[in-house]
Design a protein around this ligand. Sequence first.
Ligand code: AMP
Length: 284
Amino acid sequence: MARRPDVAKTVASLRRKLARWRDAGETIALVPTMGALHAGHLSLVRLARRRAAHVVVSIFVNPAQFAPAEDFSTYPRTFETDLAALAGEKADLVWAPENVAVMYPDGFSTRIVPAGPAKAGLEDAFRPDFFAGVATVVGKLFIQVAPDVAVFGEKDYQQLKVVTRMARDLDLGVKVIGAPTVREADGLAMSSRNVYLTPDERAVAPVLHRVLTLCAKKIATGHSVATILAEGREVIERAGFTLDYLEARNAETLGPIASGKDGPVRLIVAGKIGKTRLIDNVGV
Ligand code: AMP
C-alpha cells in the first residue's frame, strides 16, 4: 500500500509542514481541487510532480464560488477515497481546511474581484459571483502555500485564464501551468459532477465534445464561424441540452473573434442536461 500523504487541517500546521521544504530550498507545486477526485485531477498531480520537488494538493469545497441555488451542500465529498488516490500518485501533502471558518474566519471581509478574462461574457454571464469566489480562494491558497508552480486544468478554461492573470497582476510569484482535459472513452470531459447524470443523460452528454471537435475542424478549414456555431448550437439543443453558450473566442484574451484567422481560437461550451450543468472546450 502506498503511504498516505500527510494532511494539514489548519493554516498553522500547513505552514509548519511547508517550512521544512522551504528551509531546504526545495520547490513546491500546488494543485487546488474541491475533492471528489477523478483521473483528471490525478493527471494534474502527475504533471505537478514533474515540475517541483514536492506536491501539495488542496481539497476544499469553496462555498464562495457557489450561488445560493447551486450544489454546494450536495457537492460530492469523498475524502478517504481521495487520500488513497493521492497516495497512489505520491502527493506529499494534502491541505484540507478542517472547516469553512479556517478559510473564512468570522467577519471575513476581503475579496479578490477579477476583471479581464473574468468578464468575458462566458461563465461570468451565468454565474456572476463565481470568479470572485474562485479568485479569492485561489489567492488565499497561493498566499498560504506560496508554491513555485500551480497546476490547473484546461477543462475550466476561463478559470485557468483568470487565475493566470491574477497571479501576474498581484505579483504572487506563482507560475500557473495549464494541463490538458482528461476525457472518458466517449469524449465526455471528466468532472466530479458527472456522478449526477442519469444513465440517459450520461448517454447524451458526449454530444458537447463531439460538437466542439466538429466545429473546430470546420473553423480550421475556413468555414464561417457564425454559421458553424449556429449549427453546433442546434445539434446540442436537439440532443436535450439547455445551452448557456457555445462560443469561439481568442484563446488568450477570451475576446470575441470574427473569423478563424483571429486565432488562436478556443471553442467553449456550457449547458444543462437535466439538473446538471456541464462545461467543456477545445482548441482549434
Ligand atoms: P475541481 O475540483 O473540479 O474544482 O477541479 C480542480 C482542478 O482540476 C481544476 O484545475 C480543474 O480544471 C481540474 N480538472 C477538473 N476536471 C478535469 C479534467 N477532466 N481534466 C483535467 N483537469 C481537470
